[in-house]
Design a protein around this ligand. Structure first.
Ligand code: FAD
Length: 383
């Protein structure tokens, strides 16, 4: 099938399922978003229609699409203004690791459970003392009786409360060099030994959790890449994390920009020269993201390494989003600070961006780390 045929198929499917479609959100779903009934119906439709797990082999219910084909599908969903559902980290982060490093039995067992929604994953890499320098992690895994028992402290676990499984790294050989003694474990969260506590965030929500693990058990079957072979598996997961959303993101940022324009017009704020200048600058940055996305797609099509471009893009979109959040509130004047009515700590869509965007400079490799990558790989500077 050509890319044009694939695009046409996606457009036709979306048109036929408009009644259950969930509208696209802004640039990012709020970090504490909890899927509702409507999200579930839309996910079911997309699963039945073959619009999830697109990169997976057909044997596991995927369509074996290339990155470029997936970009095309994402663009069609985004252009139609509807969200393309996915199965979270199980689909996007665990599956690439399983496909690259799992045994045939592990793939047969775990992948269908991700696709059906039976297993929902969260990521247990970070610890209180370990984030950027992941190989320093301290959580221990003790291998005995055909199982690994995990004891330690994980933190900043996005969507932890929605998950029944955690993919984590733990140290199974404390005497080995630090990258070599780690194991990548798929840990059931409902088997005891897991004390998960929500962490309240700036936005008022609790999209994060921390976990105190005390002898939590996973069978050795759940260790991917073999005991002490976890580092390269984790690198596959982190590579997948960074390649994620390259061209589709433009549409989300553009939707948010247009929404702000609409609000400022309604509040008669567009005559202010400072507001106009700031909006023009923001618009240029959104358009640059569109071009960067296209450039990455073109480079991938030509078979070239895009890791440096992805590092540049990560800095661009996350810094832009912080600036846009501030602009959105400043440009509205004092009204920008008024919270919507409601119980708890309600925030409107722009307050959500302003508060939620700060963490994205840290998530997925901090922007300082991305600058290090650019310094080394692009500019050839010494370490
Ligand atoms: C929104 C969000 C979602 C997240 N979701 C998850 C999740 O689901 N699962 C999970 O495991 N983790 C998650 N994290 C955690 C995230 O991966 C870590 O916060 C991140 O890796 C940074 O680690 P740290 O917080 O320990 O900071 P540190 O690594 O301690 O860094 C502190 C500061 O030092 C700088 N720094 C560190 N090393 C260097 C260096 N070599 N050169 C230059 N500067 C350096 C950093 O840039 C930063 O400014 C999430 C974080 C956020 C904000």
């Amino acid at each position: 099938m050509t890319i044009e045929e694939l695009r046409a198929e996606a457009r036709a499917w979306i048109a036929a399922h408009r009644d259950v479609a969930v509208p696209a959100h802004g640039a990012h779903l709020p970090h504490d978003h909890v899927p509702g009934e409507r999200d579930r119906r839309w996910l079911d439709a997309a699963r039945d229609g073959g619009w999830v797990c697109l990169s997976w082999p057909e044997r596991y219910g995927g369509r074996a699409l290339s990155e470029l084909e997936i970009i095309a599908v994402n663009e069609e969903f985004a252009r139609a203004g509807v969200r393309r559902p996915d199965l979270g980290m199980g689909e996007t982060l665990v599956a690439p690791a399983l496909l690259a490093h799992g045994t045939p039995e592990q793939k047969d067992h775990f992948l269908p459970r991700v696709r059906s929604g039976e297993d929902v994953y969260c990521q247990g890499f970070s610890e209180p003392e370990t984030g950027s320098d992941l190989a320093r992690l301290r959580t221990r895994g003790t291998v005995e009786d055909g199982a690994v028992r995990v004891t330690g402290h994980k933190i900043w676990t996005s969507h932890g409360r929605a998950a029944n499984m955690m993919f984590l790294l733990c140290r199974t050989d404390p005497d080995a060099p630090r990258h070599r003694g780690l194991s990548y474990v798929l840990l059931p969260l409902d088997g005891g030994g897991v004390d998960m506590r929500p962490i309240r965030q700036l936005t008022g929500g609790s999209g994060f959790c921390e976990e105190f693990l005390d002898g939590a058990v996973a069978p050795l079957f759940n260790v991917i890449g073999g005991v002490n072979g976890g580092w390269r598996v984790a690198m596959t997961t982190l590579g997948a994390e960074r390649a994620g959303e390259i061209t589709g993101q433009y549409f989300g940022y553009r939707r948010e920009f247009d929404a702000l324009l609409g609000r400022l017009r309604a509040r008669d704020r567009l005559g202010d020269p400072d507001v106009r200048r700031a909006l023009a600058r923001a618009y240029v940055r959104v358009e640059l993201m569109r071009h960067t996305g296209r450039r990455v797609a073109d480079e991938m099509a030509a078979g070239r390494d895009v890791s440096a471009l992805l590092a540049i893009d990560k800095i661009n979109w996350s810094e832009y989003h912080c600036d846009f959040g501030s602009l959105a509130l400043d440009a509205q004047g004092p009204a920008g600070l008024l919270r919507p009515p409601g119980d708890g700590y309600p925030v409107d869509e722009f307050q959500q961006v302003m508060l939620g965007s700060r963490g994205r400079r840290i998530a997925r490799g901090t922007n300082q780390i991305q600058r290090d990558i650019i310094a080394g790989r692009v500019l050839g500077l010494p370490r």
